[in-house]
Design a protein around this ligand. Structure first.
Ligand code: F6P
Length: 343
């Protein structure tokens, strides 16, 4: 089996079956929230497939576009000049209808009627659930490429878009810190991550935050006040508290109200969708290129019902059954590091 590592960018040597088992056409779609680097992954899929004499169809607007038949052939030039662009040129969607079995069966028919023999889905856990069920129920081969700023997909150390989102958030925090220290203020900076605190934790460590609040291990107001007081005792006038948005909207505002009752005057800054847009970082482009290319490679080798991911800097194929619905755990060491470095 070919093993792809991040050091093996370029087009991998793919040993695909010849003759009647050879896949002649594949399709690609992006699904769920967009993430910087998705375009680099689309480019890698298209160019790797074409280099192996496989036709590629792009599907507009995720599973919704698939059901509407918004499927068109892609060429090497359809993906020219996109590696540096954020968002997804294929557009994306969160498709409720795809939860229905009958709808997934229809999707398989639509693809098969076009002569398409495999589907690459770039997205997150929900998008992979759709792909997994599609394959399980209809036998239509699917491979997932992890693309989400949240980095909350089990089985892969990294997801496309996470690095860019963290860099965007850290840049914002650097700016906020200037004004926070000038005014001796406390700032609550809310970052994305409804179910997971990866963005918050990495941003907190990289941005030098005093406190990081994550849904996996929420802090009490008293714990937060203790850290603020400890800083004040050694002359700190300002504090940055990074808050993951969590499942319920308005968390940073609620925490701000709680702190205000103790006499603090915190300011709230919600970074929101600024973290989803923008030029992908070099890291995300490399990751996307490696994973997109490997996804085609595995599909051509007859592998499917799985995600391409990175483990210890190696690209691997991980069965959907070991990915979907599984919780990816935040490093406790990194959580401790926030405390140690802010003390
Ligand atoms: O794509 C992941 C994510 O950005 C989460 O961090 C966030 O909770 C959610 O999507 C927001 O989704 P939407 O753009 O649909 O509001």
């Amino acid at each position: 089996m070919t093993r792809y590592t991040l050091g093996m960018l370029g087009i991998p040597k793919i040993q695909s079956p010849q003759g009647k088992n050879k896949l002649s056409s594949i399709a690609i779609l992006t699904s769920g929230g967009d993430a910087p680097g998705m375009n680099a992954a689309i480019r890698a899929v298209v160019r790797t497939a074409l280099a192996n004499n496989v036709k590629v169809f792009g599907v507009y607007k995720g599973y919704s576009g698939l059901l509407e038949g918004q499927i068109f052939p892609m060429t090497a030039s359809s993906v020219g000049n996109i590696i540096q662009r954020g968002g997804t040129v294929l557009k994306t969607d969160r498709c409720e209808a795809f939860f229905q079995k009958s709808v997934r069966r229809e999707a398989a028919h639509i693809l098969t009627r076009k002569g398409i023999g495999g589907l690459i889905v770039i997205g997150g856990d929900g998008s992979f659930t759709g792909a997994h069920l599609l394959e399980k129920e209809t036998g239509f081969p699917c491979i997932g490429v992890p693309g989400t700023i949240d980095n909350d997909i089990a089985g892969t150390d990294d997801t496309i878009g996470f690095d860019t989102a963290v860099n965007t958030a850290i840049e914002a925090i650097d700016r906020i810190r200037d004004t926070a220290s000038s005014h001796d203020r406390i700032f609550l900076v809310e970052v994305m991550g409804a179910q997971s605190g990866f963005i918050a934790l990495y941003t907190g460590v990289g941005g030098g935050a005093e406190i990081v609040y994550v849904p996996e291990a929420p802090l009490t107001l008293d714990q937060m006040k203790k850290v603020i007081e400890r800083g004040m005792k050694r002359g700190k006038g300002s504090s940055i508290i990074v808050v993951a948005e969590g499942p319920k909207p308005g968390l940073a505002q609620d925490l701000s109200k709680g702190l205000s009752k103790s006499g603090y005057r915190p300011k709230v800054c919600i970074l929101g969708h600024t973290q989803r847009g923008g030029t992908p970082s070099a890291h995300d482009r490399l990751l996307a290129s490696a994973l997109g290319s490997a996804a085609v490679g595995y599909l051509l080798q007859g592998k499917s019902n799985a995600m391409v991911g990175v483990q210890a800097n190696e690209v691997r194929l991980i069965p959907f059954s070991k990915v979907i619905g599984k919780k990816k755990v935040l490093s406790p060491n990194l959580k401790d590091l926030v405390q140690t470095l802010s003390s």
